[in-house]
Design a protein around this ligand. Sequence first.
Ligand SMILES: *Cc1c(COP(=O)(O)O)cnc(C)c1O
Length: 396
Amino acid sequence: MSQYYDRAQDALLHAYGRFDITFDHGQGVHLYDVNNKEYLDFYSGIGVNSFGTAYLEYVEALQNQLHRLMHVSNYFNTVETIEAAELVTQATHLSQVFFTNSGAEATEGALKLARKYYYLKHKKADSEIISFMSSFHGRTTGSVTLTGNPHYQEAFGPLINGVKYATFNDLQSVKELINDKTAAIIVEPVQGEGGVHVCTKEFLTGLRDLCDQHDIALILDEVQCGMGRTGTIMTYFQYDILPDIVCLAKGIGAGFPMGAFVANDKFAKAMEPGDHGSTYGGNPMAGCACKTVFTLLKEKDMLQHVRDISEYVIEKLDDLKEKHSCILERRGLGLMIGLEFDQPVKPLLQECLDQGLIVINAGANVLRMLPPFIIEESDVDHMIDILDQAICKIYE
Ligand SMILES: *Cc1c(COP(=O)(O)O)cnc(C)c1O
């Protein structure tokens, strides 16, 4: 183990099982560690760095903002944050946005908004929320309760009351849980941490209908799959539905820590001054980051590129699947891709890292890729070469 590994173990709380790699800098789709070893980044810091590392226009925009204005609190307006909010509401086809600093705060805020709507309607605070098994919505006490993974919850009770878990892609299991107290259904259009599972069209449109019938909130958690990752700015546009509330983070700041929950008129109206807040949320740096993300996505025609390059990645991965029987399934949308193996992928990830490729798991047997949007065919070929060799070495 390196000296950095030991120092990190000494000084940082052991909440993560970290790899023994210490990064120093990056450029585009490449990262470099302290020994100047090059890595091809097919991970983007968990689907955050949509433009890779040190993208010039992004760096310049944030640098300018840093010199002008960094923080003023939410009791005042800044042009950056207003413009960012307008871009977010236009892009989502929803009405009003609350900026947060993370994804967990976004799901937490969405939960509070749905509960507030229920409270105004029923004059009591006893609402229930339906979430899904193997979902992921964050690590705060509220968001970890929404996260349908006992492993993340076990030690941290008592959790919040009234959350029930249905089965992903099983509409009947949801119907069985709905009652007069249900305030919201929260779901990821593509489950990320849970193993890269994509909502079927029938399921997601079915949830929309259920929420309409019962006047409850459909909350879509697009923290990982949103902001262009699946080839459209919001994944729900591929299902021809709109949510009542959408949660965003990760790619919305593309490296600057931020998130958002965005609501339609009906739900936005439930929020009143004093109901919710955040000291940093949507400060002018975050506003600038978000604005720059939208500008670059548009100017560089990035969503079209995501769709095109995704086809190429999928074609190559399907070839790889043909070659190796240990790959059971290739799943995902756009540049959010999972490969399910017939055994744990941990040793494979380590071998890829040794060979200079960053990929990650999603559950024990699923290898997950969340490359930056700027990858080219040559990067895909390079990734396939490394992965192919690693599979041969580890499994065959
Ligand atoms: C990452 C993630 C979150 C939590 O975001 P943080 O910024 O880590 O709090 C919530 N929901 C989904 C779908 C995520 O992928």
